[in-house]
Design a protein around this ligand. Structure first.
Ligand code: MN
Length: 434
Protein backbone atom coordinates (compact mmCIF):
# COMPACT_ATOMS: atom_id res chain seq x y z
CA UNK A 1 0.00 0.00 0.00
CA UNK A 2 1.51 3.35 -1.00
CA UNK A 3 1.54 6.49 1.11
CA UNK A 4 -0.41 9.36 -0.43
CA UNK A 5 -1.38 12.93 0.43
CA UNK A 6 -3.79 11.73 3.18
CA UNK A 7 -0.69 10.64 5.16
CA UNK A 8 1.18 13.97 4.87
CA UNK A 9 2.23 14.89 8.45
CA UNK A 10 1.90 18.57 7.51
CA UNK A 11 -1.81 18.22 6.64
CA UNK A 12 -4.08 20.31 8.89
CA UNK A 13 -7.83 20.50 9.37
CA UNK A 14 -10.10 23.49 9.95
CA UNK A 15 -11.53 21.43 12.85
CA UNK A 16 -9.63 21.95 16.12
CA UNK A 17 -7.36 19.01 16.99
CA UNK A 18 -5.12 19.11 20.06
CA UNK A 19 -1.50 18.05 19.36
CA UNK A 20 -1.78 14.94 21.55
CA UNK A 21 -5.09 13.74 20.08
CA UNK A 22 -5.00 10.20 18.65
CA UNK A 23 -7.47 11.41 15.99
CA UNK A 24 -5.68 13.92 13.70
CA UNK A 25 -6.64 14.30 10.04
CA UNK A 26 -4.11 11.56 9.16
CA UNK A 27 -6.17 8.96 11.07
CA UNK A 28 -9.85 9.20 9.98
CA UNK A 29 -11.19 6.01 11.62
CA UNK A 30 -14.71 4.72 10.98
CA UNK A 31 -17.33 4.03 13.65
CA UNK A 32 -21.06 3.83 14.24
CA UNK A 33 -22.72 6.32 16.55
CA UNK A 34 -26.04 7.71 17.70
CA UNK A 35 -26.00 11.52 17.79
CA UNK A 36 -28.35 11.56 20.77
CA UNK A 37 -31.18 9.58 22.39
CA UNK A 38 -33.83 8.54 19.89
CA UNK A 39 -31.66 9.09 16.79
CA UNK A 40 -30.92 6.28 14.34
CA UNK A 41 -27.31 5.05 14.35
CA UNK A 42 -25.14 6.07 11.40
CA UNK A 43 -21.50 5.88 10.27
CA UNK A 44 -19.07 8.61 11.25
CA UNK A 45 -15.42 9.46 11.44
CA UNK A 46 -13.63 11.24 14.23
CA UNK A 47 -11.28 14.20 14.17
CA UNK A 48 -10.03 15.59 17.49
CA UNK A 49 -13.08 15.70 19.76
CA UNK A 50 -15.49 16.03 16.85
CA UNK A 51 -17.56 13.28 15.25
CA UNK A 52 -18.33 13.80 11.56
CA UNK A 53 -21.69 12.40 10.41
CA UNK A 54 -20.75 10.78 7.11
CA UNK A 55 -24.40 9.93 6.42
CA UNK A 56 -25.14 13.66 6.16
CA UNK A 57 -22.19 14.24 3.80
CA UNK A 58 -23.30 11.26 1.72
CA UNK A 59 -26.87 12.56 1.46
CA UNK A 60 -25.47 15.85 0.08
CA UNK A 61 -23.70 13.94 -2.70
CA UNK A 62 -20.22 14.78 -1.40
CA UNK A 63 -18.91 11.22 -1.92
CA UNK A 64 -18.80 11.74 -5.68
CA UNK A 65 -15.95 9.44 -6.76
CA UNK A 66 -16.50 6.43 -9.05
CA UNK A 67 -16.62 3.85 -6.22
CA UNK A 68 -19.08 5.58 -3.87
CA UNK A 69 -21.17 7.91 -6.00
CA UNK A 70 -24.89 6.96 -5.87
CA UNK A 71 -24.38 4.42 -3.06
CA UNK A 72 -25.71 4.50 0.50
CA UNK A 73 -23.06 3.09 2.83
CA UNK A 74 -22.77 5.77 5.55
CA UNK A 75 -26.45 6.45 6.35
CA UNK A 76 -26.51 2.93 7.79
CA UNK A 77 -26.53 1.55 11.35
CA UNK A 78 -23.44 -0.60 10.72
CA UNK A 79 -20.23 -0.61 8.68
CA UNK A 80 -20.98 -3.85 6.82
CA UNK A 81 -22.07 -2.22 3.55
CA UNK A 82 -18.82 -0.23 3.36
CA UNK A 83 -16.79 -3.31 4.35
CA UNK A 84 -18.30 -5.35 1.50
CA UNK A 85 -17.06 -2.85 -1.13
CA UNK A 86 -13.33 -3.45 -0.66
CA UNK A 87 -10.15 -1.40 -0.72
CA UNK A 88 -10.72 0.85 -3.77
CA UNK A 89 -13.91 2.18 -2.12
CA UNK A 90 -12.20 2.45 1.30
CA UNK A 91 -9.35 4.46 -0.20
CA UNK A 92 -11.75 6.72 -2.05
CA UNK A 93 -13.76 7.33 1.15
CA UNK A 94 -10.59 8.26 3.03
CA UNK A 95 -9.38 10.60 0.27
CA UNK A 96 -12.78 12.34 0.08
CA UNK A 97 -13.08 12.80 3.86
CA UNK A 98 -9.48 14.02 4.08
CA UNK A 99 -10.16 16.63 1.37
CA UNK A 100 -13.43 17.83 2.97
CA UNK A 101 -11.79 18.33 6.38
CA UNK A 102 -8.68 20.07 5.08
CA UNK A 103 -7.99 23.64 6.13
CA UNK A 104 -7.86 24.84 2.52
CA UNK A 105 -11.16 23.24 1.38
CA UNK A 106 -14.22 25.48 1.67
CA UNK A 107 -17.01 22.95 0.94
CA UNK A 108 -17.72 22.09 4.57
CA UNK A 109 -15.63 24.81 6.22
CA UNK A 110 -17.71 27.66 4.77
CA UNK A 111 -21.17 26.04 4.97
CA UNK A 112 -22.37 26.87 8.46
CA UNK A 113 -25.71 25.06 8.25
CA UNK A 114 -24.04 21.89 6.95
CA UNK A 115 -21.34 22.08 9.63
CA UNK A 116 -24.04 22.38 12.28
CA UNK A 117 -25.63 19.05 11.39
CA UNK A 118 -22.50 17.17 10.24
CA UNK A 119 -19.98 18.08 12.97
CA UNK A 120 -20.93 16.93 16.47
CA UNK A 121 -19.14 17.09 19.82
CA UNK A 122 -18.01 13.56 20.74
CA UNK A 123 -19.45 13.97 24.25
CA UNK A 124 -22.94 14.09 22.72
CA UNK A 125 -22.52 10.85 20.74
CA UNK A 126 -23.15 7.31 21.89
CA UNK A 127 -20.68 4.91 20.28
CA UNK A 128 -21.89 1.45 19.24
CA UNK A 129 -20.27 -1.80 18.06
CA UNK A 130 -19.09 -0.67 14.60
CA UNK A 131 -20.31 -3.66 12.56
CA UNK A 132 -22.82 -6.43 12.69
CA UNK A 133 -20.35 -9.14 13.61
CA UNK A 134 -21.60 -12.43 12.20
CA UNK A 135 -18.69 -14.55 13.35
CA UNK A 136 -15.93 -13.93 15.85
CA UNK A 137 -12.68 -15.89 16.02
CA UNK A 138 -9.99 -15.45 18.65
CA UNK A 139 -6.43 -16.45 17.79
CA UNK A 140 -3.60 -17.26 20.20
CA UNK A 141 -0.78 -15.65 18.27
CA UNK A 142 1.64 -14.30 20.91
CA UNK A 143 4.48 -16.72 21.49
CA UNK A 144 5.31 -15.08 24.83
CA UNK A 145 1.72 -15.45 26.04
CA UNK A 146 1.37 -19.04 24.83
CA UNK A 147 4.71 -19.92 26.43
CA UNK A 148 3.89 -18.30 29.79
CA UNK A 149 0.47 -19.93 29.98
CA UNK A 150 1.96 -23.25 28.86
CA UNK A 151 4.59 -23.12 31.62
CA UNK A 152 1.90 -22.41 34.23
CA UNK A 153 -0.42 -25.18 33.05
CA UNK A 154 1.99 -27.88 31.82
CA UNK A 155 5.49 -26.98 32.99
CA UNK A 156 8.49 -25.55 31.06
CA UNK A 157 9.21 -28.71 29.07
CA UNK A 158 5.82 -28.78 27.33
CA UNK A 159 5.08 -25.05 27.30
CA UNK A 160 4.34 -24.77 23.57
CA UNK A 161 2.18 -27.50 22.06
CA UNK A 162 3.84 -29.26 19.06
CA UNK A 163 1.53 -27.52 16.55
CA UNK A 164 2.04 -23.96 17.83
CA UNK A 165 5.02 -22.94 15.66
CA UNK A 166 3.36 -24.43 12.54
CA UNK A 167 -0.10 -22.87 12.57
CA UNK A 168 -1.96 -19.92 14.12
CA UNK A 169 -4.04 -21.60 16.84
CA UNK A 170 -7.53 -20.17 17.46
CA UNK A 171 -11.00 -20.94 18.79
CA UNK A 172 -14.38 -19.91 17.41
CA UNK A 173 -15.75 -17.26 19.78
CA UNK A 174 -19.15 -15.80 20.52
CA UNK A 175 -20.30 -12.68 18.63
CA UNK A 176 -23.62 -12.07 20.44
CA UNK A 177 -21.87 -10.82 23.59
CA UNK A 178 -19.47 -8.38 21.90
CA UNK A 179 -20.08 -4.95 23.47
CA UNK A 180 -18.75 -1.44 22.83
CA UNK A 181 -16.26 0.24 25.12
CA UNK A 182 -17.92 1.58 28.27
CA UNK A 183 -20.43 -1.26 28.66
CA UNK A 184 -20.26 -2.73 32.21
CA UNK A 185 -19.30 -6.40 32.45
CA UNK A 186 -21.08 -8.63 34.94
CA UNK A 187 -18.94 -11.15 36.82
CA UNK A 188 -20.00 -14.57 35.50
CA UNK A 189 -21.01 -17.61 37.55
CA UNK A 190 -20.08 -21.10 36.57
CA UNK A 191 -18.65 -24.48 37.52
CA UNK A 192 -15.36 -24.31 39.37
CA UNK A 193 -13.24 -27.13 40.75
CA UNK A 194 -11.85 -25.97 44.11
CA UNK A 195 -8.24 -26.87 44.87
CA UNK A 196 -7.91 -30.50 46.02
CA UNK A 197 -11.66 -31.11 45.53
CA UNK A 198 -13.08 -34.01 43.54
CA UNK A 199 -16.35 -32.37 42.52
CA UNK A 200 -17.03 -28.92 41.14
CA UNK A 201 -19.06 -26.22 42.86
CA UNK A 202 -21.23 -23.54 41.26
CA UNK A 203 -20.61 -19.86 42.01
CA UNK A 204 -19.20 -16.51 40.91
CA UNK A 205 -15.82 -16.60 39.19
CA UNK A 206 -13.09 -15.48 41.57
CA UNK A 207 -10.32 -15.40 38.99
CA UNK A 208 -11.74 -12.83 36.56
CA UNK A 209 -9.17 -11.52 34.08
CA UNK A 210 -8.79 -9.28 31.02
CA UNK A 211 -6.88 -10.08 27.82
CA UNK A 212 -5.11 -7.30 25.89
CA UNK A 213 -5.86 -7.96 22.22
CA UNK A 214 -6.25 -6.27 18.85
CA UNK A 215 -8.73 -7.53 16.26
CA UNK A 216 -9.39 -6.92 12.58
CA UNK A 217 -12.68 -6.52 10.74
CA UNK A 218 -13.10 -8.58 7.57
CA UNK A 219 -13.90 -6.78 4.30
CA UNK A 220 -15.43 -8.42 1.20
CA UNK A 221 -14.76 -12.02 2.27
CA UNK A 222 -14.79 -15.19 0.16
CA UNK A 223 -17.35 -17.61 -1.27
CA UNK A 224 -17.63 -20.96 0.51
CA UNK A 225 -15.04 -23.34 -0.90
CA UNK A 226 -12.57 -20.70 -2.13
CA UNK A 227 -9.70 -19.97 0.27
CA UNK A 228 -8.20 -16.47 0.54
CA UNK A 229 -4.53 -16.81 -0.48
CA UNK A 230 -2.04 -15.29 1.94
CA UNK A 231 -0.81 -12.84 -0.75
CA UNK A 232 -4.32 -11.39 -1.09
CA UNK A 233 -5.33 -11.50 2.57
CA UNK A 234 -4.88 -7.78 3.26
CA UNK A 235 -7.40 -6.95 0.51
CA UNK A 236 -9.95 -8.51 2.88
CA UNK A 237 -8.89 -6.66 6.03
CA UNK A 238 -10.55 -3.28 6.59
CA UNK A 239 -8.94 -2.13 9.82
CA UNK A 240 -8.14 -2.82 13.46
CA UNK A 241 -9.89 -2.34 16.82
CA UNK A 242 -8.74 -2.86 20.41
CA UNK A 243 -10.25 -5.94 22.04
CA UNK A 244 -10.60 -7.11 25.64
CA UNK A 245 -11.33 -10.85 25.73
CA UNK A 246 -12.61 -11.04 29.32
CA UNK A 247 -11.76 -14.44 30.79
CA UNK A 248 -12.85 -16.35 33.90
CA UNK A 249 -9.72 -18.39 34.64
CA UNK A 250 -11.26 -20.70 37.24
CA UNK A 251 -14.15 -21.63 34.93
CA UNK A 252 -11.64 -21.98 32.05
CA UNK A 253 -9.34 -24.30 33.94
CA UNK A 254 -12.15 -26.80 34.67
CA UNK A 255 -13.89 -26.70 31.28
CA UNK A 256 -11.15 -26.21 28.66
CA UNK A 257 -10.14 -29.78 27.93
CA UNK A 258 -10.54 -31.27 25.37
CA UNK A 259 -12.31 -28.67 23.18
CA UNK A 260 -11.01 -25.31 24.44
CA UNK A 261 -12.61 -22.24 26.04
CA UNK A 262 -16.40 -22.07 26.23
CA UNK A 263 -18.27 -20.36 29.09
CA UNK A 264 -15.05 -18.85 30.47
CA UNK A 265 -15.04 -16.45 27.50
CA UNK A 266 -18.60 -16.15 26.20
CA UNK A 267 -20.07 -13.67 28.71
CA UNK A 268 -18.49 -10.51 27.24
CA UNK A 269 -15.90 -9.24 24.76
CA UNK A 270 -15.29 -5.49 24.63
CA UNK A 271 -14.20 -3.65 21.46
CA UNK A 272 -13.07 -0.06 20.91
CA UNK A 273 -15.61 1.82 18.76
CA UNK A 274 -13.29 3.41 16.16
CA UNK A 275 -11.93 1.12 13.43
CA UNK A 276 -8.48 2.35 12.41
CA UNK A 277 -7.99 1.47 8.74
CA UNK A 278 -4.95 -0.28 7.30
CA UNK A 279 -4.51 2.86 5.16
CA UNK A 280 -4.08 4.98 8.31
CA UNK A 281 -1.61 2.45 9.74
CA UNK A 282 0.52 2.24 6.60
CA UNK A 283 3.27 4.63 7.89
CA UNK A 284 3.77 2.34 10.91
CA UNK A 285 4.58 -0.88 9.09
CA UNK A 286 7.31 -3.01 10.61
CA UNK A 287 8.45 -6.64 10.76
CA UNK A 288 7.27 -9.13 13.38
CA UNK A 289 9.40 -11.85 15.00
CA UNK A 290 11.47 -14.19 12.80
CA UNK A 291 9.45 -17.35 12.12
CA UNK A 292 11.49 -20.50 12.62
CA UNK A 293 10.64 -23.14 11.46
CA UNK A 294 9.59 -21.56 8.19
CA UNK A 295 5.80 -21.88 7.84
CA UNK A 296 4.25 -24.10 5.15
CA UNK A 297 3.77 -22.49 1.72
CA UNK A 298 0.17 -21.34 2.23
CA UNK A 299 1.30 -19.37 5.31
CA UNK A 300 4.52 -17.88 3.93
CA UNK A 301 4.80 -14.08 4.34
CA UNK A 302 8.42 -12.94 3.89
CA UNK A 303 9.51 -10.48 6.59
CA UNK A 304 6.46 -11.18 8.79
CA UNK A 305 4.75 -7.86 7.96
CA UNK A 306 2.91 -6.12 10.82
CA UNK A 307 2.52 -2.69 12.46
CA UNK A 308 4.27 -0.94 15.33
CA UNK A 309 1.39 -0.13 17.69
CA UNK A 310 2.27 0.49 21.37
CA UNK A 311 -0.53 -0.68 23.69
CA UNK A 312 -1.24 -0.01 27.36
CA UNK A 313 -3.53 -1.49 30.00
CA UNK A 314 -4.60 0.72 32.91
CA UNK A 315 -6.61 -0.27 35.97
CA UNK A 316 -8.96 2.07 37.81
CA UNK A 317 -10.22 0.74 41.14
CA UNK A 318 -12.79 2.20 43.53
CA UNK A 319 -9.95 3.53 45.72
CA UNK A 320 -7.71 4.87 42.91
CA UNK A 321 -8.35 8.40 41.69
CA UNK A 322 -6.57 8.01 38.37
CA UNK A 323 -6.10 4.86 36.29
CA UNK A 324 -2.77 3.13 36.91
CA UNK A 325 -0.87 1.57 34.00
CA UNK A 326 -0.21 -2.12 34.78
CA UNK A 327 1.08 -3.33 31.39
CA UNK A 328 2.65 -2.00 28.19
CA UNK A 329 2.94 -4.15 25.09
CA UNK A 330 3.05 -3.78 21.32
CA UNK A 331 1.13 -5.30 18.41
CA UNK A 332 4.43 -6.09 16.66
CA UNK A 333 5.23 -8.76 19.28
CA UNK A 334 2.71 -11.13 17.67
CA UNK A 335 4.37 -14.19 16.13
CA UNK A 336 1.60 -14.84 13.56
CA UNK A 337 0.50 -11.86 11.43
CA UNK A 338 -3.01 -10.97 10.22
CA UNK A 339 -2.38 -12.25 6.67
CA UNK A 340 -1.46 -15.66 8.03
CA UNK A 341 -4.45 -15.70 10.38
CA UNK A 342 -6.92 -15.02 7.56
CA UNK A 343 -5.23 -17.39 5.09
CA UNK A 344 -5.20 -20.17 7.68
CA UNK A 345 -8.83 -19.53 8.70
CA UNK A 346 -10.05 -19.91 5.11
CA UNK A 347 -7.65 -22.58 3.79
CA UNK A 348 -10.33 -25.26 4.17
CA UNK A 349 -12.69 -23.14 2.08
CA UNK A 350 -14.37 -21.70 5.17
CA UNK A 351 -16.08 -18.49 4.11
CA UNK A 352 -15.64 -15.24 6.04
CA UNK A 353 -18.07 -12.37 5.64
CA UNK A 354 -18.00 -8.55 5.86
CA UNK A 355 -17.90 -7.56 9.53
CA UNK A 356 -16.45 -10.79 10.90
CA UNK A 357 -14.05 -10.09 13.77
CA UNK A 358 -10.72 -11.89 14.16
CA UNK A 359 -8.85 -11.08 17.37
CA UNK A 360 -5.15 -11.64 17.94
CA UNK A 361 -5.07 -13.43 21.26
CA UNK A 362 -3.41 -11.89 24.30
CA UNK A 363 -0.48 -9.73 23.18
CA UNK A 364 2.42 -10.30 25.56
CA UNK A 365 5.97 -9.12 24.89
CA UNK A 366 9.26 -10.57 26.13
CA UNK A 367 9.47 -8.42 29.28
CA UNK A 368 7.57 -8.90 32.52
CA UNK A 369 5.75 -5.56 32.27
CA UNK A 370 4.68 -6.49 28.73
CA UNK A 371 2.40 -9.33 29.81
CA UNK A 372 -1.14 -8.84 28.51
CA UNK A 373 -3.31 -10.41 31.23
CA UNK A 374 -3.40 -10.76 35.01
CA UNK A 375 -2.84 -14.52 34.82
CA UNK A 376 0.65 -13.76 33.51
CA UNK A 377 1.27 -10.42 35.28
CA UNK A 378 0.62 -12.00 38.71
CA UNK A 379 1.86 -15.46 37.67
CA UNK A 380 -1.43 -17.25 38.51
CA UNK A 381 -1.97 -14.93 41.49
CA UNK A 382 1.33 -15.82 43.18
CA UNK A 383 2.86 -12.35 42.61
CA UNK A 384 0.20 -9.68 43.31
CA UNK A 385 0.42 -6.31 41.56
CA UNK A 386 0.92 -3.36 43.89
CA UNK A 387 -1.14 -0.25 43.19
CA UNK A 388 -0.15 3.35 44.10
CA UNK A 389 -2.55 3.51 47.09
CA UNK A 390 -0.92 0.44 48.68
CA UNK A 391 -3.66 -1.99 47.66
CA UNK A 392 -2.88 -5.12 45.61
CA UNK A 393 -4.53 -7.16 42.89
CA UNK A 394 -4.24 -10.72 41.73
CA UNK A 395 -7.47 -10.88 39.70
CA UNK A 396 -10.23 -8.32 39.08
CA UNK A 397 -12.52 -7.20 41.91
CA UNK A 398 -16.04 -5.79 41.54
CA UNK A 399 -15.83 -2.09 40.64
CA UNK A 400 -12.46 -2.43 38.87
CA UNK A 401 -12.29 -0.82 35.44
CA UNK A 402 -9.85 -2.05 32.78
CA UNK A 403 -8.87 0.55 30.17
CA UNK A 404 -6.91 -0.55 27.09
CA UNK A 405 -5.45 2.14 24.83
CA UNK A 406 -3.26 2.03 21.75
CA UNK A 407 -1.64 4.55 19.42
CA UNK A 408 1.03 4.39 16.74
CA UNK A 409 3.32 7.40 16.57
CA UNK A 410 6.39 8.65 14.71
CA UNK A 411 7.61 11.17 12.09
CA UNK A 412 5.23 13.80 13.43
CA UNK A 413 2.22 11.55 13.01
CA UNK A 414 0.02 9.99 15.68
CA UNK A 415 -2.71 7.49 14.85
CA UNK A 416 -4.64 6.03 17.78
CA UNK A 417 -7.65 3.96 18.71
CA UNK A 418 -8.98 5.80 21.76
CA UNK A 419 -9.90 3.39 24.51
CA UNK A 420 -11.50 0.00 25.08
CA UNK A 421 -12.86 0.06 28.64
CA UNK A 422 -15.17 -1.93 30.87
CA UNK A 423 -16.00 -1.99 34.58
CA UNK A 424 -16.81 -5.13 36.56
CA UNK A 425 -20.28 -5.44 38.13
CA UNK A 426 -20.92 -7.89 40.97
CA UNK A 427 -22.21 -11.36 40.06
CA UNK A 428 -25.95 -11.81 39.88
CA UNK A 429 -27.18 -12.76 43.36
CA UNK A 430 -27.91 -16.47 43.42
CA UNK A 431 -26.10 -17.03 40.12
CA UNK A 432 -28.38 -18.84 37.70
CA UNK A 433 -30.84 -19.57 40.49
CA UNK A 434 -28.95 -22.52 41.87
MN1 MN B 1 -8.21 -14.33 24.04
Amino acid sequence: MALDETHDPGLESFVDVSPDSPFPIQNLPFGVFRPGPGFDPRVGTRIGDTVVDLGVLESRGLFDGPELSGRTVFARPRLNDLLALGRPAWREARATISRLLRRDCGTLRDDESLREIALLPVARCEMLVPAEIGDYTDFYSSRHHATNVGIMFRGPDNALMPNWLHLPVAYHGRSSSIVPSGTPVRRPCGQILPRDAERPVFGPSRLLDFELEVGFLVGPGNPLGEPIPVERAEDHIFGLVLVNDWSARDIQKWEYQPLGPFLSKNFATTVSPWVVTLEALEPFRTEGPVQDPEPLGYLRTPGNPTWDIPLTVALRTESLETPHVIARSNFRHLYWNVRQQLAHHTVTGCNVRPGDLMASGTISGPEKHERGCLLELTWRGEEPIELPDGSTRTFLLDGDEVIITGAAAGDGRRVGFGSCAGRILPARVGGAGS
